[in-house]
Design a protein around this ligand. Structure first.
Ligand SMILES: [Zn+2]
Length: 370
């Protein structure tokens, strides 16, 4: 062939020492923990873990793997927003498969390959499935995507083009059952959540989101005070928060407040006193990328540790912004445009002042047909 992109050879970082629980702080060995922290899971309060590195690890080497597949992910532009002073959009839609998930997929497939798995399985009908399928192909892993029956035809075409096996189901229960069944094989890794209470996705993949924070620090002309991002289970929010925490530890940079946008109260309800283990059914309309009836410890901690907030943007309000941005030529999917509406809400509520440096994360491209 001669012109293939180089096959990656992922290697675990020598600086990766352990995993630590977000909730109880307990350290665990570097391994897959699909229930999250074993101690918290035993108490029915599932929490994700995060990677801990040796103190001697340089800032740019605080990632779990080297030699991850490179399809062009990352280094996305930070764009000014119209005439609004000190507001920028981090345009994650320009990643290879059109969303921020590519940063996750690069690391989670590197982890799978380096750990000896032969295949991955993911429950997704959207950005995550598409992204993991592409990176699994690049890394030489089998991939099964468990989606819903309403999976758009064009997404199915892309997935099968990447060589993934596509299985669809009417209900989330059936979908999760397939993920659990396939992940029961020792050579297959589940890279999406299979628990209730919800944990979130693989911590090795979430580490890939930290680079977004470092890029924002490099690109923004002044220190950023607020970051607004769409959120369902808080993978992106926790990764971005960890990136800012590491930058604060190493460079003394202030940690921006994270504001997580949701289609109806979930995290907002928890911040108002509801339990993290509750289910929160609600109408997400066409905001399928941020749907789901659970929130997570990692989403809660990203907000409380950064002194941020949760912002509700219903589908009808998001649609106004979606239409407006499309007329200006922007190609972000509906869930991504919620961050513009959230900026107005936060200003109206006095939680964010005019002129305070703010970054909106536009997570995904319009053209996938969700
Ligand atoms: Zn724990």
């Amino acid at each position: 062939m001669g012109h293939d992109v180089t096959t990656p050879h992922p290697t675990r970082s020598p600086y990766l020492e352990a995993l630590r629980c977000i909730q109880c702080d307990e350290r665990h060995p570097v391994a897959d923990h699909p229930q999250g922290c074993p101690s918290c899971a035993a108490r029915g309060r599932n929490s994700n873990l995060f990677c801990v590195y040796a103190d001697t690890a340089p800032a740019h080497q605080r990632y779990p793997y080297t030699g991850v597949p490179v399809l062009g992910q990352g280094e996305t532009p930070l764009l000014p927003v119209g005439r609004r002073a000190n507001v920028w959009v981090k345009n994650e839609a320009v990643n290879p498969t059109g969303s921020h998930k590519d940063r996750f997929s690069a690391f989670v497939t590197a982890h799978a390959r380096a750990s000896g798995y032969r295949g991955v399985v993911i429950g997704s009908s959207g950005n995550a499935g598409l992204s993991v399928a592409a990176y699994a192909a690049a890394t030489g892993l089998r991939c099964t995507v468990a989606g819903f029956d309403w999976l758009p035809d064009r997404v199915r075409t892309y997935l099968t083009g990447f060589g993934a096996e596509v299985r669809t189901f009417a209900t989330d229960r059936e979908r999760v059952a397939l993920v659990e069944e396939l992940a029961g094989a020792p050579d297959t890794l589940a890279v999406s959540n299979v628990t209730h209470p919800v944990v979130g996705s693989s911590c090795f993949g979430i580490e890939g989101y930290k680079r977004i924070s470092w890029e924002i620090l490099e690109q923004a002309p002044e220190p950023v005070r607020h970051v607004i991002l769409p959120s369902s289970r808080g993978d992106l929010a926790w990764g971005v928060h960890r990136g800012f925490v590491e930058a604060a530890e190493q460079l003394g940079r202030p940690i921006p407040r994270l504001h997580l946008v949701e289609p109806y109260p979930r995290l907002s309800a928890v911040l108002d006193g509801a339990s993290l283990t509750d289910r929160f059914p609600g109408d997400f309309g066409r905001l399928s990328s941020i749907a789901g009836d659970g929130t997570t410890v990692q989403a809660h901690r990203a907000v409380t540790c950064s002194k941020g907030s949760a912002v509700v943007v219903p589908d009808a309000v998001a649609d106004e912004w979606f239409q407006r941005l499309c007329r200006r030529g922007h190609v972000w999917e509906r869930s991504s445009t919620t961050v513009f509406a959230a900026l107005d809400t936060l200003r109206a509520q006095g939680r964010l002042r005019e002129g305070e440096p703010t970054v909106l994360i536009a997570t995904s491209h319009l053209f996938k047909g969700f």
